[in-house]
Structure formats: C-alpha cells, structure tokens
Write a protein that binds this ligand. Structure first.
Ligand code: FEO
Length: 390
C-alpha cells in the first residue's frame, strides 16, 4: 500500500500484523511495521527499506509508483530496515546507498553490499534532490553505534528510524489514538532505547532546534503532532522517577508469595504505587515498561541450588542491561537451609548505580518477626521516596 504523507512524500513500507517476537527476545503484542518512505523530486530517494520477510511488499509499492530510485538512504544497519537494500540495488542498479561511514561499514559486513555502491555523508551534511533537500543528523547509539536520522528540510519531515518509533501495526498511517501509541512507544523505548537515554537528551535538544511538522519513524504510526512523542521521550529520558515500587518475584512453595503479598499491601498502605510481576507468567515487555519511571525495585526470590531462582536471575540481568533510572534496590525472599541469593542478585545489578536497602531474607515460612522486617523495609522505602520529593 502507498500513502502520501506530504506532497511527493510517500509511505511505502509494510505492516507485520502477525509478528509476535523481535530479535527472538522482545514480545510484540500488537505486531509492528517496517516503514519506508519515497521522496520524489528531480531525484528520488528511498528512506530505509523493510524487513526481508516483507521485501515483496516494498518492491510492489515501488513498482506501482513507477519511479527510478537514485538514492537509498540507510539510517540504520539493522536488518529490519536495511535487509531489503540488496534487492533494491538489484532492481535499481543506478541507485547509491547514502549513509554515514559507520553504517556503511556495517552494511558491507552484514549485507555484503560492495563499497562502490555507497555515498558517504557526515553529520549535518545535505543532499539535494532538486526541489527537496535531505539533511543527515548522526545520532549514534539509538540504539546501534551507526544510527542517524534524516530531515527533509522543505517539508519539515523528520525520518527518525527506530528513534521515537513504536512496535504497533495499525491501519491508520498517522497516529489516531494517542493513548494506544503512547503505550506502544513506551514499551518500545523501555525495551530498546532506555539504556541510551543520556545520549537521547542531546538528540531531543537537536530536534527542538529544527522545525518539525511530521515525525515519520520506521516502526509504528507517523506523528502529525510531533510534540506528543517528543514530550513523552523528554519525560522518559529525564532523571525523574515516580512514587512506585516494582516487585519481580517467583515463589516455589508459597513463602516468598506470602512475603510479596504482605509487602505489597504494606507499601500500598503508605500511598506507594506497587506493581508485582510474577516472573513465571510476566510479559517482559510489561516489566521493561514499569522500569522506565520506577523509583525502587525489590526482587523477591526463593532459594534454589544455593542461589536465586533462575527466573529472578533473568529479571536481574534484564534490569541491569536496560539501566533504568531506578534509585533504590532491595531483595526479599526465603531459603530452606542456606544460600547466596542476596550476594548474587545485588552483584547482578551494578549498572543501576542504585542504593541498596537492607534486604529481608528469611528461613522457611514468614513469622510475625519477619513481617516486622518487611514493615521496616517499607518504612525505609517511604522515607527514601520522600527524600526524592515523591
Ligand atoms: Fe528497527 Fe534497530 O531496528
């Protein structure tokens, strides 16, 4: 399907309604899209391509437009955007691949595109298509080292690739339901962009200096109200946290579950928002989303083979890799005869630079004394949150 987003600017990408997993890791409850765009002027540019599984749809769209492609702009070397470039170069042998030097090297490595096919651009450089001009802005590490965004100056359209996008297959080209897109974009940010939030602050400032009427990402609907997604990102990348505690937990025989239930109620009683995540059935995307703003994480684990439950190890690894702005971390749980649950879990989340609060690890089923320790931890969390003005 071809849809015009501005005069002579067309969306030519593909919807993937059925995809349920990305990178064999990230759940996609609402599918996704691989957006590609054509800009027609004296010269014609294709901005990014689509996942190779949808290559035939892109090819069909381009054929319907009856165009000659002069440039294929590659904003990002990951294959869901670059994977169809080799096919495009077969069909349009005159086309040059326009990208930065890092992306060029990666495309040569990943897709075996010959070096002579490339036109290399630097940060801020422009490329005239005739009546329309493209400007390239290098934005490394959103979320690979070679990422860039492309600005169509005359039309004030920003092609942001992964940055500002959402995994959401929707029949509407433009954002219609901001609430739905907000959720999808936050999930996307949490799973993919969050580790790079410090860099994104400066990129958002750079975008603020441009006049942008439309943001056209490479996943999800196109933004006619760019401020909606820019404001959301500014909030997510800020250092501000919410008065929230998340409790990723596993319970094998019920002791840890009783602790989690008691602790959850204790925190709710203090006016704190609590989100327990039973790791045996949690969508990790939901957990990642909760990490975006959370002030405190309390991992709750039973003891298995002298350490934490493997599902808690996985959660701790994920938390550490995603690097949320979390301020405090603690551990609660139980054991039968010993173990190193606390040491193992606390050593796994050092990327967070969070303060560790006194853990509560108990033997067997919780007693009244153990509940008092949980009350004490809840009091400490309340005190810490107040220090953060929450
Ligand atoms: Fe949508 Fe990083 O690829």
């Amino acid at each position: 399907m071809i849809r015009e987003i501005k005069s002579n600017v067309y969306a030519v990408g593909s919807l993937d309604w059925d995809r349920r997993l990305f990178d064999e890791l990230i759940p996609l409850p609402d599918g996704t899209s691989y957006n590609a765009y054509v800009i027609k002027s004296e010269k014609t540019a294709l901005i990014d391509t689509v996942d190779p599984t949808k290559e035939h749809e892109l090819v069909r769209n381009l054929e319907e437009l009856h165009i000659k492609i002069d440039y294929v702009v590659s904003n990002h070397a990951e294959q869901d955007h670059s994977g169809s470039i080799p096919r495009i170069l077969q069909l349009y042998p005159e086309a040059q691949v326009v990208t930065n030097s890092k992306c060029k090297a990666m495309l040569m490595d990943l897709l075996l595109i010959p070096e002579e096919k490339f036109l290399t651009v630097a940060d801020g450089e422009t490329l005239s298509l005739g009546r329309k001009t493209l400007q390239f802005i290098l934005t490394p590490w959103v979320h690979w080292p070679e990422t860039m965004i492309t600005y169509l100056k005359e039309d004030n359209v920003l092609f942001s690739c992964d940055f500002l996008g959402s995994h959401l297959a929707a029949s509407d080209l433009f954002v219609k339901d901001e609430g739905k897109v907000y959720e999808s974009a936050k999930r996307y940010f949490a799973e993919i962009m969050m580790p790079f939030r410090a860099r994104m602050k400066s990129y958002l400032e750079e975008i603020d200096r441009l006049k942008v009427d439309i943001i056209a990402p490479s996943h999800g609907p196109v933004y006619q109200n760019p401020q909606f997604i820019l404001d959301a990102y500014k909030d997510w990348v800020s250092d501000d946290v919410k008065n929230e505690v998340i409790i990723p937990f596993v319970s094998m025989h019920g002791s840890t579950r009783v602790m989690v239930d008691y602790f959850t109620e204790a925190l709710i009683g203090k006016g704190i928002t609590v989100k327990p995540f039973n790791l045996t059935r949690t969508d990790i995307g939901e957990l990642a989303m909760a990490l975006v703003d959370v002030c405190t994480i309390v991992i709750a684990s039973p003891t298995v083979l002298a350490g934490p439950h493997p599902a808690c190890v996985y959660a701790a690894y994920l938390v550490n890799a995603l690097r949320p702005k979390t301020k405090y971390v603690s551990v609660i749980g139980s054991y039968g005869w010993g173990g190193k649950t606390i040491d193992i879990l606390t050593q796994m989340v050092t990327n967070l630079h969070a303060e560790f609060l006194e853990p509560v690890i108990i033997k067997g089923y919780p007693t009244m004394e153990d509940f008092k320790l949980l009350d004490k931890l809840a009091d400490e969390i309340l005190k810490k949150h107040r220090e953060q003005n929450l």
